[in-house]
Design a protein. Structure first.
Length: 753
């Protein structure tokens, strides 16, 4: 592979990079002048091309006149400054390339995807709608150490892997370095705030050895380092056998330093596996690696070290290694920086992995009850976003973090109550006026509904149903003590449990109150639940593993040893001060998002790309096998509903992602592949938690007790799994699956317990 000549700089695109502008249409091959990104953006958003662009878009798509007028537009060669529009005429490279998407139905969705892509997004510097009105022109900053075609191939390979449906709309002929890009009017054209010193698209530095000869021949190419390194890191986290000697640790630091600051978190994640890990020392070592430079050590070196230890991505577990003595996995560290900004801010104050996870699960559950006008179709049925979450842990272990998730929605709860009070006062005033003998007015039709967001759990099924009816079928049960709901279920078990089970799937629920013979029916309930409780409270709430409520729950359970936390001001800023603006922001989101129609349908519909539906189906099928093998029919029921839970989480992330982009969710929105990945990661992690809970619950007719021994599959196969992993080198989890039939994730979870 040859480098483009000339090359303007050793790395990255230069500040205020320039490229050639041609006026007079595509027939002009001599540039008029050189312009910067800011200057090009100014032309796009001004009225300079407005009249011409409107005239082009009014013409039939296949007309000769439309094509002729398009070719008469000014254009740029974004890849650099040219003496004439040809490869031989290149004078200076700009460090930019152009992606040209054609015939796109959902331009806003594509724009959101590109800007939110954690790998590509930071490198997008300019983006505008094409002259035809159904395409996007995307300027991407690239690393000048690589030739233009190499960079183009790296970017398109990333798009092909992460968004195959959008990739089909990409014109791959634009890899020509002298390719022209037509300019037109777009008042909403995007210009990156960092356009003067953009972040180049991250390519694996080992690709440079294709020019000078790779000293690590035989190492698998990792392609885009940031995009492809995550599976290897997860594989290391899932392994109990990763070497932690100083020499390898030192070389890993140098290898990950190739990623710049992006490598720091990866270095911490690998280093945490060692009992010698100290955060400050790890930080210091990585900073030294950045200053020292990696020399011949590349990201491929890290892959090589992994393979030497018998570790590959097929060994990976979905969750992060939990604290010692705790058998259930944490959410992967890499998940949190990819969440929508609002969720990142909600979780950021909590340094403990368990508290952070509790905050994430609790916040998702509370938010799922806040956007009643958002839904979609899953398994051919209309669905809302509602989740039932149950967080189980011993006393004083951090599960009380759920209270802050409830705090987020309190302003809306209070606003509903205030509105109900005002409506009641108006009703009473009108009722009083109707009884005035001198000047009567028509009596009010009836008392107004008493609305509130949070529903008390310490009540009866009929009372809950009445309150849901007043709320239009919507509400949230959020309790930090599961016994509150257990007591209600115990007093009114048949009706209450039946109502909760039906509400999860929005099935009609009804009740007849004996005292006043009042009949209440809700056609489409939309109820969310967020609970915390101790392990002994589980059996009082959930009668057996076969209880239908069990499979509807998103469980998160852990057994953390209580530890004293710093209670002084030096521990951090006030949580009240942190969450107050977030609660106000959520109120704005709720008020801006369309509500349900009078008929109860959702005007905002969330869907997935075909490739993401396929990923969800594949992950669901794999999870079903694991859950059924581990817990029989109860496990299968849980796995089936975890698919719906994953879809609801992906839809909820999509709503929040809209507000990241400064947009109000409307119409039909396709979830970003990255958000589907996050939802599937959460699904895989909480499946292990669900199986842990099922292991403590007995079948119908038998008392609940921890470790009831009901899962003979584990009893039969676990000794063999441990024997294989004890070998030197240990047998991989993929090979164990072949030898024993135990799914690799199941075997990994057994080894952690």
């Amino acid at each position: 592979m040859k480098k483009d000549s000339p090359s303007a700089a050793p790395t990255g695109s230069t500040p205020a990079a320039k490229f050639s502008l041609y006026t007079g249409g595509i027939s002009s091959v001599k540039p008029n002048k050189s312009v910067t990104l800011a200057q090009a953006h100014k032309r796009l958003v001004s009225d300079q091309y407005a009249e011409t662009t409107a005239a082009i878009r009014e013409l039939p798509a296949d007309s000769v006149l439309r094509k002729k007028r398009k070719l008469a537009l000014d254009y740029v060669t974004a890849a650099g400054v040219f003496s004439t529009r040809s490869t031989a005429g290149l004078l200076t490279r700009s460090g930019l390339l152009v992606l040209d998407f054609d015939h796109v139905r959902n331009l806003r969705g594509l724009r959101r995807h590109l800007l939110c892509d954690p790998v590509l997004g930071p490198s997008v510097v300019l983006l505008f709608v094409s002259p035809s009105g159904d395409g996007l022109k995307v300027f991407v900053a690239v690393d000048l150490r690589f030739d233009h075609k190499c960079s183009f191939d790296a970017v398109t390979a990333h798009l092909r892997a992460t968004c195959p449906n959008w990739f089909k709309r990409l014109d791959i002929a634009t890899n020509d370095i002298a390719r022209g890009c037509l300019l037109c009017h777009d008042p909403d054209a995007y210009l990156s705030p960092q356009h003067e010193s953009p972040t180049p698209f991250p390519q694996d530095p080992s690709d440079l050895f294709e020019v000078s000869g790779n000293p690590f021949e035989g190492l698998p190419p990792t392609g885009n380092a940031v995009a492809c390194l995550e599976p290897w890191i997860c594989a290391v986290e899932a392994s109990t056998d990763f070497p932690d000697d100083y020499d390898r640790w030192y070389r890993i630091g140098l290898a990950l330093a190739n990623l710049g600051e992006d490598g720091r978190e990866y270095f911490h994640r690998v280093s945490r596996l060692s009992p010698k890990y100290k955060e400050a020392e790890c930080d210091r070592q990585f900073s030294l690696s950045l200053r020292k430079g990696s020399g011949a050590i590349t990201v491929g070196t890290f892959v090589h070290i992994c393979k030497e230890a018998g570790i590959c991505p097929d060994n990976t577990s979905s969750g992060e290694e939990p604290p010692e003595g705790d058998p259930t996995p944490c959410m992967p560290d890499g998940l949190f920086p990819r969440l929508p900004t609002f969720l990142q801010q909600c979780c950021s104050p909590f340094k403990s992995r368990r508290e952070r996870d509790v905050m994430l699960i609790g916040t998702l559950a509370v938010l799922s009850g806040c956007f009643a006008g958002v839904g979609g179709t899953y398994n051919r049925r209309a669905q809302g976003l509602n989740l039932y979450a149950f967080i189980i842990a011993p006393a004083a272990s951090g599960k009380g973090t759920l209270a802050w998730a409830r705090y987020l929605a309190r302003p809306w709860h209070q606003e509903l109550i205030e509105e109900s009070k005002m409506a009641k006062e108006m009703y009473e005033a009108q009722l009083k006026a109707s009884k005035d003998k001198d000047n009567p007015v028509p009596p009010p039709i009836g008392p107004p509904p008493r609305q509130q967001l949070f529903l008390p759990a310490n009540t009866t099924a009929a009372a809950i149903l009445t309150q849901l009816a007043d709320n239009g079928g919507r509400g949230i049960i959020c309790e930090t003590e599961a016994d509150t709901l257990s007591g209600a279920l115990g007093a009114d078990f048949g009706n209450f449990s039946d109502m909760l089970r039906k509400a999860f799937h929005h099935e009609p629920v009804s009740a007849l109150r004996k005292t006043d013979n009042q009949y209440t029916e809700i056609e489409r309930p939309a109820l969310s639940i967020a609970l915390t409780g101790t392990p002994d409270q589980v059996s009082r709430l959930l009668k057996s593993a076969d209880d239908g409520l069990v499979s509807r729950m998103l469980f998160y359970t852990f057994a953390q040893t209580p530890a004293w936390q710093d209670v002084g001001p030096q521990a951090g800023p006030s949580l009240d001060e942190h969450f107050r603006p977030l609660a106000a922001q959520l109120l704005q989101f709720i008020q801006a998002t369309p509500g349900p129609t009078p008929e109860g349908s959702c005007p905002v519909q969330i869907t997935l790309a075909d490739a993401d539906w396929a990923r969800l189906n594949e992950a669901g099928a794999a999870g079903l096998t694991e859950a059924h093998d581990a817990a029989g029919g109860a496990g299968a029921s849980t796995a089936f509903r975890l698919g719906l839970i994953a879809w609801r989480i992906a839809a909820l992330l999509t709503v929040l992602r809209c507000y990241d982009d400064g947009e109000v969710p409307t119409g039909t929105i396709e979830a970003l592949p990255g958000d589907v990945t996050l939802a599937l990661t959460i699904m895989d992690t909480v499946r292990a938690h669900a199986l842990a809970v099922l292991d403590r619950l007995a079948p119908v007719g038998k008392p609940n007790k921890a470790g009831s021994g009901r899962h003979t599959f584990r009893t039969e196969h676990e000794p063999r799994v441990r024997e294989l992993r004890a070998q030197i080198p240990p047998v991989s989890y993929a090979r164990i699956q072949e030898l024993t039939g135990v799914p690799s994730n199941t075997a990994c979870n057994w080894m952690k317990s």
